[in-house]
Design a binder for this molecule. Structure first.
Ligand SMILES: [Zn+2]
Ligand SMILES: [Zn+2]
Length: 357
């Protein structure tokens, strides 16, 4: 008799269904992970939950292939197939959310996210079964050790948003004593604030529109000042910094006004990283960019090694990403969890099992 498990299917009509699936069996080079925590991402909402949409760079068809959802899992290895060389039963891991071909230049530099071979590129929760389930079948090559004292929720957060924020900040070369501006204080913005501090930022200023989010972020203590997003927010940031602006700015809002704020409030010789998806970049070029000698980076996710490096830094300083979680929901309550996340929950919404693996 085949053992069964729960898994979340998204029909694309703003509902989430908990269905029954067989517990997977690992093949060569594969592991089965018992889920410890599994995050709901903005991209799950934007491209799958409400309706199926394409994700630029793929084949123009909906990116979601009707699999078990969830691309931000962490958990414990419960079985392994032949040919696994790094992990064993009992190990705690987090999962880099894309499997690549392993041969193209991007894969060979660990950037599975940008794998150019569409025949083999598969994201968990999009093109192959993902982490919103009791168990998930993964390639050993996509697993990263999750060391104590990091929690499963920490792992789930590193698996997407924190990895993304880390890469974007790393490219700016942020260093001790610099001021950091974070535009958009959703889960990725809170990740940028956390990691910016870890990398030495002196003062962290956030810009956010939502009152609930502002209240949530204030109690986490992740930022020093919060400016309400409006037409005057760049000026407000300049006022806070004695007219200088911030040496480093990241946009996590994914909105045209948010990006403009990041550029306008960046200091002379500032570095600006764009992390938020969608929309357009609109700005005045001469005064805002050229005359200030700005450098702008655009960054998508991170590499396997980037994710592992970040995990090591967080562990070394015992910094817990799970501070950005506002709602922990049971896998069986996936529909309520998705509905909350879609309504713009104050912080991150994470699915958790009834019992820690
Ligand atoms: Zn994600
Ligand atoms: Zn590849």
């Amino acid at each position: 008799m085949t053992e069964t498990m729960r898994g979340v299917f998204l029909p694309g009509n703003s509902t989430a269904e908990v269905r029954e699936y067989p517990v997977p069996t690992p093949g060569h080079g594969q592991l089965v992970i018992k889920m410890g925590a599994s995050g709901i991402c903005g991209s799950d909402i934007g491209y799958i939950f409400h309706e199926y949409k394409t994700h630029k760079g793929l084949d123009g068809k909906p990116a979601y292939k009707g699999v078990i959802a969830g691309h931000e899992p962490s958990g414990r290895v419960v079985s392994k197939g032949p040919g696994c060389v790094r992990f064993d039963e009992g190990d705690r891991v987090l999962i880099y959310h894309i499997v690549g071909c392993g041969r193209c230049p991007n894969c060979r530099s660990g950037n599975f996210i940008s794998c150019s071979d569409g025949r083999y590129r598969e994201a968990y929760g999009w093109q192959r079964d993902g982490g919103h389930a009791d168990y998930v079948l993964v390639e050993e090559s996509t697993c990263i050790p999750l060391p104590e004292p990091l929690t499963y929720e920490d792992g789930a957060l590193i698996a997407c948003g924190f990895g993304t924020a880390y890469e974007g900040l790393k490219r700016t070369g942020i260093k001790g004593g610099e001021d950091l501006l974070v535009v958009g204080l959703g889960p990725v913005g809170m990740a940028a604030a956390t990691i910016g501090r870890l990398l030495g930022a002196r003062r962290v200023i956030g810009v956010e529109r939502g009152a609930e989010r502002i209240a949530f972020v204030e109690q986490t203590g992740l930022v020093d000042d919060i400016v309400v997003a409006d037409d005057a927010s760049a000026d407000a940031v300049l006022d806070l910094t004695g007219g200088v602006g911030c040496a480093v700015a990241v946009d996590c809002s994914g909105s045209a006004p948010g990006r403009s704020t990041a550029l306008e409030a960046a200091a002379e010789w500032g570095r600006v990283s764009l992390l938020g998806e969608g929309g357009r970049l609109e700005t005045e070029v001469s005064d805002v960019m050229l005359h200030k000698q700005l450098t702008v980076f655009a960054s998508w996710v991170t590499s396997l090694q980037g994710m592992e490096d970040l995990t090591g830094k967080l562990q070394a300083e015992a910094v817990h990403p799970d501070r950005v979680v506002s709602h922990r929901m049971s896998l069986s309550d996936a529909h309520q969890a998705y509905t909350l996340a879609a309504a713009g929950a104050a912080g991150k919404v994470v699915l958790v099992p009834e019992e820690q693996p």
